[in-house]
Each structure stands twice: as C-alpha cells, then as structure tokens.
Design a protein around this ligand. Structure first.
Ligand code: PLP
Length: 338
C-alpha cells in the first residue's frame, strides 16, 4: 500500500534493522547504554545544545520539557493548533499541573508577539498563573516557521523572563527545506524535542536537547512518567542510523509532495490548499470523501479524505516518485468516472 496518512507509518529498512540487532546495549536507566549515550551526544551536538535525552515518544519528550520548565500553577503560551496544546491529551495540565494559555496563530503559523504580550499574566497578583514558558512548533503542519520570527519571538520571551521550547518533531524537515543547519534552527530555544519516528524513519523515539539543567530535570520527569527504558540501545541504534542516512533525503519527500500537489491541481474537483515540506492539504467535495477513500484503497493508496475539513497527504521514505504518479492517476481516474 502507498500510505499517505502520515510520515509515522514508515517501517525500518533492512539496513536500519541490521544496525539495531548489532547495537551494544546496557541498562539506560543506570546510564549504562553506550548506544543511547552516543545518540544523545550526537543529537546534542547537531542541535547545538549541551545535552540530550532519549524518550519513547515525542509526546513524552514535550511533556517532560514543559515540566522541566514549569511547576505546579505555572503556565505556558502555546499555539491554539499546536501539538503540545491540542494533540497531547492535555498532558501538561493532567500530569504536570501546568496550565496552557492557547494563542491564535497567524496565517504563517507564527504566534504574533502582541498576542503573546497580552497573554502574559501580571506578576504578584494571586489571581493569575505564573507565565513561565513559550512553546513553539517547527515545522507547523508542514510549514517552515520563518527563522527571523523564531529569533524575534525567543528574544521577546526571554525579555519577559520566559523560557522557550521548540516542538521540533519535524525540525530536520525545516532545516532541509530552508537550507539552514539544524543547530541554527534550534539556536533560539532552551529545549528542542525532535521525533525520529516521523520522516526520519525510525520505529520509536524522540530526543530532547537542551541545557544540562533542563535535561537533568527532564531526566527525572521521564522516569516519573514511565519513560525510563532499559536496553534501549537497540532502538537508539535506529535513530543513529536515521541521522546518518535519512536526513538529507527528506528533500526527496518535499519534492514528492510538490509533485503530488502539481498533479492534483490538474484535477478540477480537488482543490489544493497548500503544499509545505512533506505535506499537501487538499479539499475534496464532501459527497466524494467516502467513495474516493474507498476507491484509492482499491488502487493501493491509503488516504483519508476528510469530510468538511482539509485532507492531509504526507510523503515519506516509503513513498517513491513512481508511487506519487500512481496516487495522481488514481485520483484522476476516480473523478473521471465519478
Ligand atoms: C508526532 C508529533 C509529536 C509527538 O510525537 P509522538 O511520538 O507521536 O508522541 C509532537 N509534535 C508534533 C508536531 C508531532 O507531529
């Protein structure tokens, strides 16, 4: 199947599996796993941070970061549509006793500074939570957030005494798409969470990079949250393999998404809303959503045409250029007979 539902669906390649099988391991909760240590050191270096920590998921990495920056009764400023607000089960509030203060996004995905300023609570007034953290996301629904904005927002937040966290689940997509070094993209932030189980193609894991202090606090929260893993080097080996072999190739996913968007623009009934990095957003007329999804599946294409909302199509390393042509042909042939 050509699976366009998400870039989380990639399966480890034969070479990645071989690297996993051969990885030297130890008990990582005791700090004994050499492969986890190597991954953490490499990610810290690439992100330009002092230290890094391996997590089972991006959700847990973001949560541990929020809990490292904020305590009970504190709050973080976050996008209304950000993963760390909307798609993590309210974990910061549920498990961290940290209140989110959601902010409306501008069209480019950024959070306007005047809205951030207005949301920061006055200090010393018992009515209010203590505003401690600004959490941003890059890429944001595929969009590369402009570097100048990231720098400006971080400087603004620091000026207000806030820490700054980046949900960089797809920060390598942002770096590759903008031609910047990933350390440059991460530079404005105190902590950055990076997913390895998305476009980078590893089966499991995220890495949080940041200062020694933030990582020390996050290490404790990771254990509290049940994320301390033992011989995790077998998993970390997949991430090391991804760092060596799957970063530059993200450009192919971006080119394939562009090709997909171009092809779908030729289908009159489909409206291509936008293409950014490895994501294409389209509008499928409501009455065709179910039938198109079923027809695509019969032609070997997994996509979920969304009724009443944009349909997201995501390219990744298990989707080739030829596959893209198959997808375009399937959508064209559906509408030719609809
Ligand atoms: C996937 C994702 C996460 C969380 O990662 P999981 O490993 O699925 O928990 C966080 N932020 C963004 C933007 C993501 O896309």
């Amino acid at each position: 199947m050509i699976d366009l539902r998400s870039d989380t669906v990639t399966r480890p390649s034969a070479a990645m599996r071989a690297a996993m099988v051969d990885a030297p391991v130890g008990d990582d909760v005791m700090g004994d796993d050499p492969t986890v240590q190597r991954l953490q050191a490499q990610v810290a270096a690439r992100a330009g941070k002092e230290a890094a920590l391996y997590f089972p998921s991006g959700t847990q990495s973001n949560l541990a970061a929020i809990m490292a920056h904020c305590g009970r009764g504190d709050e973080y400023l976050v996008g209304q549509l950000a993963h760390t607000y909307k798609y993590e089960g309210g974990g910061a509030a549920v498990l961290g006793s940290v209140q989110p203060q959601p902010i409306e996004h501008a069209a480019d995905g950024s959070l306007p500074l005047d809205k951030l300023r207005a949301a920061i609570k006055p200090k010393g007034d018992p009515h209010f939570a203590h505003t401690r953290l600004l959490a941003l996301e890059n890429t944001f629904h595929g969009q590369v957030i402009p570097q100048a904005y990231l720098e400006e927002a971080a400087a603004f937040a620091r000026g207000q005494g806030l820490a700054v966290h980046l949900d960089g689940a797809r920060v390598f997509n942002a770096a590759v798409a903008s031609g910047l070094d990933v350390a440059e993209v991460c530079r404005p932030f105190d902590s950055v969470s990076i997913c390895f189980s998305k476009g980078l193609g590893a089966p499991v894991g995220s890495v949080l990079a940041g200062s020694r202090d933030v990582i020390a606090a996050a290490t404790r929260w990771r254990k509290v949250l049940g994320g301390g893993m033992r011989q995790a080097g077998m998993l970390a080996a997949a991430c090391l393999h991804a760092l060596d072999h799957h970063v530059e190739r993200l450009a192919e996913d971006h080119a394939n998404a562009e090709r997909l968007a171009e092809g779908l623009r030729q289908v009159g009934q489909v409206k291509v809303l936008r293409q950014s990095t490895n994501m294409v957003f389209i509008d499928v007329p409501g009455q065709h959503c179910e039938a198109l999804t079923a027809y695509a599946r019969s032609r070997g294409v997994l996509m979920m045409a969304a009724y009443g909302g944009p349909t997201r199509l995501v390219t990744h390393m298990d989707v080739s250029r030829e596959d893209i042509d198959t997808v375009i042909a399937a959508v064209k042939s559906y509408f030719a007979n609809a």
